[in-house]
Structures are given as C-alpha cells and as structure tokens.
Design a protein. Sequence first.
Length: 157
Amino acid sequence: MKKLLLAIAAAGMAAVALQAAAQAPGPHHGGGDPAAVIAMLKDKLNLNTSQQQQFDAIVAQGQAARQAARASFEQLKAATQAELAKTEPDLASLAAQADAVHQQNAAARKAVRDAWLALYGTFSTDQKGVVRDAILARLARAEQFRAKMQQRLTAPQ
C-alpha cells in the first residue's frame, strides 16, 4: 500500500514538475508558440524604444512567473512529503493543492502570453512579417521532424 501511495504521489509531482517547466517559455523554448517565437526574434525585429521597454518588461514578467512556479512546486513537494509521512495521507488534500498550483501557474502563463501578443499588436507590417516567417520556418521543421519519426516507426525492422 505504501508503494502505491508513493507511486501516486510521484506521478502527481512529476505532472507538476512538467507544468512548472512549461512556464512562460524563454528564448530557447516554445515550439510553435507565437509568443515564444517573438522572444527569440529580438535582434531581427528592430524594436523601437517603446517596444524595447515593453519587450524587457515581458521578459521580466516571464522570469517572475517561472520563479513563482518553481516556488509553488517546492511548496507542493514539501506538502506531499509531509502528507506521505502520515499513517493515513490525505490524497484529496494533495490533489486540491496541485489543482490550485496548476490554476495559479496557468493564469501566470496566460498573462505573459497576452503581454507578448499585446507587444505583437504594436509591430509594423515588416516586423509582423519577420514573426510570420519565423513561425512558418518552425512549423516546417516540426513537420520534417514528425515525418522523419513517422518514417522510423513504419520502417521495416
């Protein structure tokens, strides 16, 4: 029974860890997320002074969101360890805490994403073209990767 409880708790903590890792992607993350693409294109966008200030503020907001997610994960981890130290752990309480952390982190991610989209709204046609081209290039690379993986899966052994 104890092994089962530990497995359940470990699975919950792993889910929260993945969630925390996904917080407000930095310049090296993002897949096809347009906001993440904007963050990666700073040097190519020729931002004006106002846009540069907004860009810097959004980067700081994203970093704060990631730090808050890490802190909430650590709190959840401590709560999990404390709960599992009991003879009858309250898994419902842990689930409620994990849900609250998830909602809080999701709200922070959405706020950062919305800030990136607001910055995008200030871009000129040329700047939007740079973003569009970068997104199209990333989608093409993703499609090539997907096709390559599909080919590997279907190739005869």
